[in-house]
Design a protein around this ligand. Structure first.
Ligand code: IPE
Ligand code: IPE
Ligand code: MG
Length: 228
């Protein structure tokens, strides 16, 4: 059997922070802090292993329904993350992109995100795409509306070209940590033929070795895209 090449675009549903904390007798926010600390080690390892685009699901359009205190903590952690990112842009040469409806974020967070995106826009080797206030259904509606406004026909390719990720293509592999076997509104359109990898490992524990296991699993699969 012909083996797959390594994936170029990987999406990760970073789930399990809350349960990680609660199992240690701590508050959920403790898990979000640990989860946030895990992001850079996985980003670094991914880019060292041939992944060009890494899409991370950080906050869904449905996550606003959580207690305000938890939402506030997640927004605070995002701001801290992007502020740190700004300082490392030149050294790391990673392009940062944020996808989702950003208008619901505070002005300050929107401004920080824009700074990161603008200052890293010239880098092409590695893209870190972070999904915030993101929903796959909402994204499809957004793309269709853009086609309508342009007076263009609604076609499969047309929608692809108006998605947030148009320039980054579709994920070859989608990983979900935390044991749930569902997509939770992540990359519904682009994920039509993505390979899926589910692991019980909770996001704060998802190490470089765990990422390697997911990549190995991908390499061993046969993608048919409807053919034989
Ligand atoms: C993922 O961890 C982070 C976000 C959804 C923001 P969770 O907070 O969903 O953790 P669990 O699933 O409750 O353990
Ligand atoms: C998906 O996790 C969203 C993110 C990881 C950001 P959730 O914890 O929100 O998903 P459900 O509620 O279990 O489907
Ligand atoms: Mg969860």
């Amino acid at each position: 059997m012909e083996e797959n090449k390594k994936p170029l675009h990987v999406g990760i549903i970073m789930d399990g922070n809350g349960r990680w904390a609660v199992s240690r007798g701590k508050k959920r926010s403790y898990g979000h802090n640990a989860g946030s600390a895990n992001v850079d080690r996985i980003v670094t390892h991914a880019f060292q292993n041939g992944i060009k685009t890494l899409t991370l699901y950080a906050f869904s359009a449905e996550n606003w329904a959580r207690p305000q205190e938890e939402v506030d903590e997640l927004m605070r952690l995002l701001k801290v993350y992007f502020k740190k990112f700004i300082k490392k842009i030149i050294k790391n040469k990673v392009r940062l992109f944020v996808m989702g409806d950003l208008t619901k974020l505070t002005d300050d967070l929107q401004k920080t995100i824009k700074e990161c995106m603008d200052a890293s826009a010239q880098y092409t080797e590695h893209v870190l795409n972070i999904a915030i206030n993101y929903g796959g259904r909402q994204e499809i509606v957004y793309a269709v509306n853009r086609l309508i406004k342009k007076g263009q026909e609604i076609t499969v390719d047309g929608i692809s070209q108006e998605l947030y990720t148009a320039q980054f293509g579709e994920p070859d592999l989608i990983i979900r940590t935390g044991g749930e076997m569902r997509i939770s509104n992540f990359m519904l359109y682009q994920g039509a033929y993505s390979e899926l990898y589910f692991t019980d490992v909770l996001w704060p524990d998802f190490s470089e070795t765990e990422l390697d296991k997911a990549l190995e699993s991908f390499v061993g699969r046969k993608r048919r895209f409807g053919k034989i």
